[in-house]
Design a protein around this ligand. Structure first.
Ligand code: ME8
Length: 545
């Protein structure tokens, strides 16, 4: 097994590529927002980061959806793919690459990949007989299938995991020797306990690997599936859509030429529904082709609505475009990352969004910025001066114990946020920021600077110190929040007069004046006031759900 190196300063992150059988929904945006957050975070740390997303356009499911819409498949795919592209760009998803599996570069990459597997003797012609779910484009063993009733009361077979209908299929096609990879997969997971995160998904995969793996059918007869990439040198067969789709991660980085630089630092973000494909099939294909395995597979859980999985047939799909207009792009991004927990499913409700955004973005963060920059308290519109006598390193001056505790929390915040990001716990990072914001608001509230006597020089110095410390806190929060809410952070940092080149991870040097060092911001003029940081949302908007 070849492992990817961790030393280079490149970073490559991907989302799943989304099926174009239906319009994008909130779950799709969620995966993209997580990946965007990591991509932006790595860039702030000085990494050369690449971020790919796109659409999965082949297979029986898409072929049938195009037929049902009465459209040519490519025309149908192009229209839906554009909707994804538009959603992502309107939500500030800063992907560097966008891939469609109907592109020529992908066609070439998949056929090359197939030929490599063939040349290694890993593909043979056989016959497959078993259950198939078109909705999931997945083969299932009898133990993964159960009986259910359809809408007319007829007995049907469905997938235990997804609930989607399955059909018995029997066909001559090409098989991949998946069964031979079980022990290598187990070695990979045992030697890399963090390869699949969070841990519970790592355990699920180990659990699945307790049983023998059957060989995998990797093509369909062309008479059934035309909409796909033909098997090289056998025009009667079309490549299985999951093999086709997974190779997209390689196509993006140029496979089969010069892909190593990026492929060695690959990280996948996926939903828990497609774990088997990414943690069993994909590593086996890669091992077979002699390529390194991804560094990590980050798995997230699902958004539900009233406890039910969002689905077109239930009619409970949340439209992300509409919600981003209602709550602003940053508002929706903040909600998804603050409330989304990778381990467990989360229930979506509009009133939860309103409550969270009003409390944390409008009142706490916006309120703090407003207090420290309002002309009432800060008539000179400056970053103010820190007076070491009022807030000395050794206790004394006017600061109290809680003030010292707050300073400690903010000083540690970048490391705390970084650790949570590394663990994919963005919600914990945001919770930590939110706790610090609350502490800073408490600091201002406790000392009521508006009551200080401006004619008294000691009061003046203490007032400057309170403002300087609070603005330093805000600068740290604004810098750390950039990957999550880029527009709000930009507004906040611009108001503080922090220049674009002063917003990276290396600038996170909190309150140097406390250590007796120079602070580049001290006394500097604030940036211009461009209005409220985040406008409070009215709760009646919640009724629109
Ligand atoms: O599976 N909550 O595409 P897909 C959170 N084309 N995330 C959700 C979600 C929900 N309710 N529903 C979907 C495919 N997602 C394949 C992938 S990759 C080589 C091929 C997200 O359109 C989540 O990331 O069905 C999930 O894995 C993905 O969308 C499935 O999207």
């Amino acid at each position: 097994i070849r492992y990817a190196s961790t030393e280079n300063r490149n970073y490559y992150i991907t989302t799943p590529i989304f099926y174009v059988n239906a319009s994008p929904h909130l779950g799709h945006l969620y995966s993209a927002v997580i990946a965007d957050c990591f991509h932006r975070h790595k860039q702030l740390q000085g990494f050369n980061s690449r971020f790919a997303t796109g659409t999965d356009e082949h297979g029986l499911k898409i072929q049938q959806a195009a037929e049902a819409a009465g459209k040519e498949p490519l025309e149908f795919c192009t229209a839906v793919s554009e909707r994804f592209r538009h959603l992502f760009s309107s939500c500030n998803i800063s992907n560097t690459d966008y891939i469609r599996t109907t592109e020529q570069r992908h066609h070439r990459a998949v056929q090359h990949f197939w030929s490599v597997l063939c040349s290694k003797g890993l593909i043979y012609k056989g016959s497959y007989e078993g259950w198939y779910s078109t909705q999931d484009e997945s083969f299932l063993t009898p133990s993964q299938v159960t009986t259910a009733l359809d809408s007319t009361g007829k007995e049907i077979k469905v997938s235990l995991e997804s609930g989607h209908k399955v059909e018995w299929m029997k066909e001559e096609n090409y098989m991949f020797r998946l069964s031979g990879f079980r022990s290598q997969l187990l070695d990979w997971l045992r030697e890399n306990p963090r390869a699949i995160q969070p841990e519970r998904f790592h355990h699920s995969v180990l659990q699945w690997l307790q049983e023998e793996l059957p060989d995998l059918s990797v093509s369909r007869q062309k008479s059934r599936l035309q909409w796909g990439i033909p098997v090289p040198e056998d025009d009667g067969q079309t490549i299985y859509v999951w093999l086709d789709a997974l190779v997209n991660y390689l196509t993006v980085v140029g496979y089969p030429h010069n892909h190593e630089r990026w492929w060695n630092v690959a990280h996948h973000i996926i939903g828990k529904d497609i774990l088997k494909f990414h943690a069993i099939y994909w590593p086996s294909f890669l091992l077979g082709a002699g390529l390194p395995l991804p560094q990590t597979i980050h798995v997230h859980s699902h958004w539900t609505v009233a406890g039910k999985k969002m689905s077109k047939s239930l009619g409970n799909v949340i439209d992300p475009q509409e919600r981003s207009q209602l709550f602003t792009t940053d508002g929706l991004r903040y909600f998804l990352l603050r409330q989304g927990v990778p381990d467990t499913d989360c229930d979506y409700r509009d009133d939860k969004v309103v409550k969270l955004l009003n409390a944390e973005l409008a009142d706490a963060l916006g309120g703090l910025l407003n207090r420290c920059t309002a002309t009432a308290l800060n008539p000179a519109q400056v970053y103010a001066s820190f007076c070491p006598d009022s807030f000395p390193r050794e206790r004394g001056g006017r600061a109290d114990d809680e003030d010292y505790r707050m300073l400690e929390s903010v000083r540690h915040l970048p490391a705390v946020v970084e650790q949570h990001f590394e663990d994919m716990h963005v919600y914990k990072a945001l919770e930590a920021v939110s706790t610090c914001v609350r502490q800073t608001n408490g600091f201002v509230q406790r000392h009521a600077p508006w009551k200080l006597d401006r004619k008294d020089s000691a009061d003046q110095r203490w007032l400057g110190t309170i403002i300087h410390v609070s603005l330093e806190c805000l600068r740290i929060y604004g810098t750390l929040l950039q990957p999550v809410v880029p527009e709000i952070s930009n507004k906040l940092l611009s108001r503080l007069g922090v220049q674009p080149h002063e917003r990276s991870w290396t600038n996170l040097n909190f309150l140097p004046r406390f250590e007796g060092k120079d602070c580049p911001f001290e006394g500097r003029a604030l940036g211009s006031d461009s209005g409220v940081l985040f406008s409070r949302l009215e709760s009646q908007r919640a009724d629109q759900q």
